[in-house]
Design a protein around this ligand. Structure first.
Ligand code: ATP
Ligand code: TZE
Ligand code: MG
Length: 268
């Protein structure tokens, strides 16, 4: 497995998948830079007249509801519908799900278009699964990812989407198995939108190889976790972490990857 995870990282670097992002204002720049650093090719596009055409030419689509408004909601609906029609991989990032009715309704609507993967923090995944609507605090999680496993499992079986719950442990859930990745560093929570970056990186791996979305999601989360963990060692705080992370996404070696990797699998 370890070899095949690294192989996926190398093929994103060489194949440069085109990733269409409908994402939030806060992270557009970080996300585009992270995609470039791993070798992918980002395009941010949400205008109604072009959104379907863009889905058509891209290898995968990201829909991130971080700074939602009515116009973007319609862009997201059109893009997700098109991706579903074309059987193109797409990932949903339900930023702040559970915080407002508008976000919840948007997420519920988008899930009808069968996202290949849903990635959120524990609070968001639990909110979507309707296990709890009470404790979501803005865009940050107040739960540990392990607490969301039951919700994530329910969501996986009711939607068919691969579910990725990020946090100190990243948990990735398919119908047949779970992966638990213990890489990363707590300081990653002090850089805005690294969850959004995780989502975009997953899209790059899905765009490059649509045959195994579980494997693509696991590869992507290992890459980000390990790059973040190594980057933090040379950082004085969130500012330098953000910069060092981009560099490490770009120049991570196989030797670093295999010596840092902390992953377990569970077959269900
Ligand atoms: N306590 C932690 N220890 C190690 N890594 C962490 C920790 N918390 C988050 N991470 C890592 O940070 C990245 C982003 O995950 P996080 O769960 O913070 O996303 P998020 O809450 O959706 O963030 P945002 O909404 O700001 O984009 C993941 O790679 C995750 O593994
Ligand atoms: C802070 C923030 N607010 C809306 S989106 C976003 C980026 C992290 O998800
Ligand atoms: Mg998030």
């Amino acid at each position: 497995m370890e070899k095949s995870l690294w192989k996926s990282i190398l093929s994103v670097r060489t194949d440069a998948p085109l990733i269409h992002n409908i994402t939030n204002y806060v992270v557009m720049n970080n996300t585009a830079n992270a995609l470039l650093a791993i070798g992918a090719s980002p395009i941010m596009a949400h205008a109604h007249p072009e959104v379907e055409e863009m889905v058509n030419i891209s290898n995968a689509l990201v829909i991130n509801i971080g700074t939602l408004d009515e116009y973007w909601c319609e862009s997201m609906d059109r893009a997700a519908k098109k991706a579903n029609e074309l059987h193109k991989s797409w990932i949903l990032d339900p930023v702040g799900a559970g915080a407002t009715l508008f976000r919840d309704q948007t997420v519920i609507n988008l899930i009808n278009y069968k996202p290949t993967v849903i990635r959120g923090n524990a609070s968001e995944i639990m909110a979507i699964a309707k296990v709890s609507r009470l404790h979501t605090k803005g865009v940050d999680s107040v739960y540990q990812s392990e607490e969301a496993i039951e919700a994530a499992q329910w969501l996986n079986s009711s939607t068919g989407s691969i579910i990725c719950v990020s946090g100190a442990v990243d948990v990735i859930i398919s119908r047949k198995q779970k992966a638990f990745i213990r890489n990363g560093h707590p300081m990653m929570q002090q850089v805005t939108g690294l969850g959004c970056t995780a989502t975009a990186i997953i899209a790059a791996f899905l765009g490059n190889d649509a045959s195994d979305p579980f494997h693509a999601t696991v590869s992507a989360m290992c890459l980000l976790g390990i790059a973040g963990e190594i980057a933090q060692k040379n950082s004085n705080g969130p500012g330098s972490l953000q910069m060092n992370l981009l560099d490490k996404l770009y120049n991570l070696t196989e030797q670093e990857f295999s010596s840092y990797l902390k992953i377990d699998f569970q077959n269900d």
